[in-house]
Design a protein around this ligand. Structure first.
Ligand code: PLP
Length: 377
């Protein structure tokens, strides 16, 4: 079945016979047992809830995984995933990551005894030099946040397999509509469901999608123990969001391509980071491994004053954190998503006081361009 059809018909809810076209919201904490030692399949909503279960089935199908687990946020998903590791385990992560992941690794995982190497522009040639006997996993985001670097997933997955490492890929930016890391060899796919899967800037959610039943079993145990599960109503909102994922991704990408080209022509814009521009260094890898480029653009303006003025002058584009919704958002990574990242580390990556990030929304792109033009003038 085509992915756009799966977005709409990916659930298989048979637990009710009302003819309801949508999955019901099972707003219950617990479930009655039919008899001693018997279960309807549901015991307690931390472990499983029928609404959440349908959402998980949809996401597992979209990513081609054996299972998907739905969490209360993307960070909750990554935090639970880190419980697969123990003191002394070593993880190789790309240096350019969502700021929250960097904060989790530095301030919590390291305290718990996990050791990290952060690799700038990780690829199959340089990753080998970081592998040691304690290495257990490679964690990447592609395209990365906010510098839009693309990692060759197939090449990295070969290295991971040869060395018996888990390959973990944060696929938030492209979504399963444009990219399926499991097909390219990943073992675990991470999503902030808050972003494109929800699509409307109205709820938080997170996912782990796993390649194997074995990983599912391990993570389900941690999941029910820790309890960072997605509520029934929020699960329902994400099911609804996913129904329009295909059309949103197509249109937001179309808008992003128009905007990236426009930005390139602006004298006050010095650099544009968007993998859909054929001048982007990773354009060829993007074409090879993904079906699209997404709708996230970072760009550097000529001065800090221009950046601040733009953030203060925009009307239609909203100066806010987050991404992936129908509203165009403009973000200042230095002060927002990456505020907790060490300054030298941050600036080395290019996240400086002139860098802005756009999550291109679903508005008419002409209106967005008019807004950005007046803000930039
Ligand atoms: C937002 C985001 C996260 C964290 O997700 P939350 O839902 O905000 O907890 C993780 N990775 C990426 C790439 C993100 O954009």
């Amino acid at each position: 079945m085509d992915i756009s059809t799966l977005c709409i018909h990916g659930s298989d809810d048979t637990s009710h016979n009302t003819g309801s076209v949508t999955v019901p919201i099972y707003q219950t904490a617990t479930f009655v047992h039919p008899a001693v030692g018997q279960s309807t399949g549901y015991d307690y909503s931390r472990v499983q809830n029928p609404t959440r279960e349908q959402l998980e089935k949809i996401v597992a199908k979209l990513e081609g995984g054996a299972d998907a687990l739905a969490f209360s946020s993307g960070m909750a998903a990554i935090t639970v995933m880190m419980e697969l590791f123990r003191i002394g385990d070593h993880i190789i992560a790309s240096a350019d990551l969502y700021g929250g992941s960097i904060r989790l690794f530095h301030s919590i995982s390291e305290k718990n005894g996990i050791i990290f190497d952060f690799v700038d522009r990780m690829d199959s040639s340089n990753v080998n030099s970081y592998i040691k006997p304690e290495t257990k996993a490679i964690f990447i985001e592609t395209p990365s946040n906010p510098m839009m670097q693309v990692t060759d997933l197939f090449a990295i997955s070969k290295v991971a397999k040869e060395n018996n490492l888990l390959l973990i890929v944060d696929n938030t930016f492209l979504t399963p509509y444009f990219q399926n890391p499991i097909d390219l060899g990943a073992d675990i796919v991470v999503h902030s469901g808050t972003k494109y899967l929800s699509g409307h800037n109205d709820t938080l959610a997170g996912f782990l999608v796993v390649r194997t039943a074995e990983l599912s079993e391990k993570l389900r145990f941690i999941y029910k123990t820790i309890g960072a599960c997605l509520a029934p109503f929020d699960s329902w909102l994400i099911i609804r969001g996913i129904k329009t994922l295909a059309i949103r991704m197509e249109k937001q990408q179309e808008n992003a391509i128009r905007l990236a080209i426009w930005l390139m022509e602006q004298p006050k814009v010095k650099k544009v980071f968007y993998p859909g521009l054929n001048t982007h260094p990773d354009y060829d890898i993007s074409i090879k491994q993904a079906r699209g480029f997404g709708a996230m653009i970072s760009f550097e303006v000529d001065s800090n004053e221009t950046a601040i003025r733009m953030l203060e002058r925009v009307n239609l584009a909203l100066y806010a954190e987050s991404l992936g919704g129908v509203e165009t958002l403009i973000t200042y990574p230095m002060l927002q998503t990456h505020a907790d990242v060490d300054q030298t580390e941050r600036e080395k990556k290019g996240i400086n006081d002139k860098l802005l990030r756009l999550s291109v929304g679903l508005e008419s792109i002409d209106d967005i361009i008019d807004d950005l033009a007046q803000a930039l003038s």
